[in-house]
Design a protein. Structure first.
Length: 487
């Protein structure tokens, strides 16, 4: 027989009276947030009892209740100790196994957490709290299909709960089902518009689908000054503005982030990105230097500072920054996209808006490899790129373009907004590059790159023509309009 608490054994009459009196005393303390007082009261009650078999059942119940208070105070270790002792004393029901599962999850013991949740759900297969807990553990274990099944079961019991919809939307996203992910996340935002997490995840999903305008619209709901997800949301909106060609709005958000979070290196990396795009090299370098100071281990900070230095003609200093950046993968794309980052083929190249990421080639490990840019950024001995070696100092443009375009000449999915922005700003970027990096390009040829007045469709068609001409061996800057490539 189980009693109302889920214990395998009922309390005797005297213990039941004692428990009811203590429970009435604890309830206002717990509801009022006086958790430590509740813990002290439970500890005092435990100390009055002996260790005999006759008190095992009530001691188990007291331990379980105290464990719940410890967990609410974020003391997972103490909570787990009490839950385990309660199980030893009384082989208690699903509530105590669930407590052990939550406590184990809290202290990152995911394997143990799953075992406890499995035991609890075996006894209470429809309990939403237990299903949610196991789903979170399964997500940590990257068993997303099983996590989705638990969340679907929980939704069948609970209805359209925003938390469950948000979690299931993330599992859909991790499994690559973006349509189902969007459906759940849109429902979560509708159910709980005041919760920034759902809006932020939905904006990230829209971005990886290439829906920049929709992402911009929904990310507003994730911005709440000082909130848990505020920095991520502001920087994501800055990035989205940048992709949309709204440089002023991108700059305003980056400045806002750096003012609200003056100790966060990512805010200054994004600010440097925006200023690089606008050709403001001194300001970009200043922001990047602040990022380096805040986090000397952050590759992104050295990358943007190196870009500013290279564009300002400081080749030796730039080389040192690029070498430092190559030691670890870039992190800003992961910070901006969270779990959605794994959906993007090409990683940071398609999402990091710095000059290096727009014009460069991401190495296989995710870090920036200066040896791949010897001709573009200068020789490995620090010398500038060889004059007369062609546009951009002799780097192999086809290798980069093959990563941007598919075999049909279409820009690859999430890369579209970045490279449209890059081409719109190409003349400004080129004007700020040191002369040695432009090879044989003259001003007339630079003018041909100006796409600032073209529509999105015209830019994409112009880029497709550019790629196809390069693939065929014909120079995009050839004044002749014949079909045959130049000799």
């Amino acid at each position: 027989m189980k009693d109302e608490d889920g214990s395998k054994q009922s309390l005797d009459e005297a213990q039941q009276v004692m428990w009811e009196q203590l429970d009435a005393e604890l309830e206002p303390l717990i509801k009022g947030g006086a958790l430590q007082q509740a813990i002290d009261r439970l500890t005092a009650a435990l100390q009055t009892m002996g260790e005999g078999e006759e008190t095992a059942h009530i001691r188990a119940r007291l331990r379980a209740r105290r464990g719940e208070c410890f967990l609410d105070l974020d003391d997972g270790h103490a909570a787990l100790a009490d839950a385990r002792r309660a199980i030893e004393l009384d082989k208690t029901g699903p509530e105590t196994y669930g407590l052990a599962g939550w406590a184990s999850y809290h202290i990152d013991k995911t394997g143990s957490a799953k075992e406890y949740f499995d035991a609890a759900i075996a006894d209470a297969p429809d309990e939403v709290t237990l299903l949610t807990g196991r789903a979170l553990v399964l997500m940590e274990l990257e068993e997303f299909d099983h996590a989705r099944a638990d969340l679907t079961h929980a939704l069948q019991q609970e209805g359209q709960a925003a938390e469950l919809l948000g979690l299931r939307g993330e599992t859909h996203m991790r499994l690559g089902d973006l349509t189902a992910a969007a459906r759940d996340l849109e429902a979560a935002v509708e159910q709980a518009p005041e919760e920034p997490e759902y809006a932020l995840t939905l904006a990230r999903l829209y971005l990886v689908r290439g829906d920049v305008a929709d992402a911009l619209e929904v990310v507003k709901g994730a911005i709440d000054d000082g909130g848990e997800f505020d920095l991520e949301a502001i920087l994501l909106r800055s990035h989205l503005h940048l992709l949309s060609g709204q440089n002023g709005a991108a700059r305003a958000d980056a400045i806002r982030a750096s003012n609200l979070y003056p100790d966060e290196a990512f805010a200054f990396v994004q600010l440097a990105h925006v200023q690089l795009t606008e050709g403001k090299l001194a300001l970009a370098k200043k922001a990047a230097e602040r990022a380096v100071l805040l986090d000397p281990s952050l590759s992104d900070a050295y990358m943007v500072r190196g870009a500013a230095r290279q564009m300002a003609g400081e080749s030796e200093e730039a080389k040192q920054d690029f070498q430092r950046a190559s030691r670890a993968p870039v992190e800003l794309p992961i910070f901006l996209l969270g779990p959605a980052h794994e959906l993007v083929d090409g990683s940071a190249m398609g999402l990091d808006a710095s000059l290096l990421q727009m014009l460069g080639e991401q190495s296989g490990g995710g870090g920036f490899d200066p040896s791949q840019f010897a001709d573009f950024f200068g020789g490995t001995d620090g010398s500038p790129g060889m004059p007369g070696a062609g546009p951009m100092g002799g780097m192999n443009p086809m290798k980069m373009l093959d990563q941007i375009f598919d075999d049909s000449g279409n820009i690859r999915g999430p890369l579209k907004p970045v490279f449209k922005m890059a081409f719109k700003n190409a003349p400004k970027i080129m004007e700020n590059l040191p002369p040695g990096l432009l090879g044989d390009l003259d001003q007339e040829q630079l003018d041909q790159l100006d796409m600032s007045d073209l529509s999105t469709e015209e830019i994409e068609e112009r880029m497709r023509q550019f790629y196809q001409m390069m693939k065929s061996g014909q120079s995009p800057f050839d004044p002749d309009d014949g079909d045959e490539p130049d000799e």
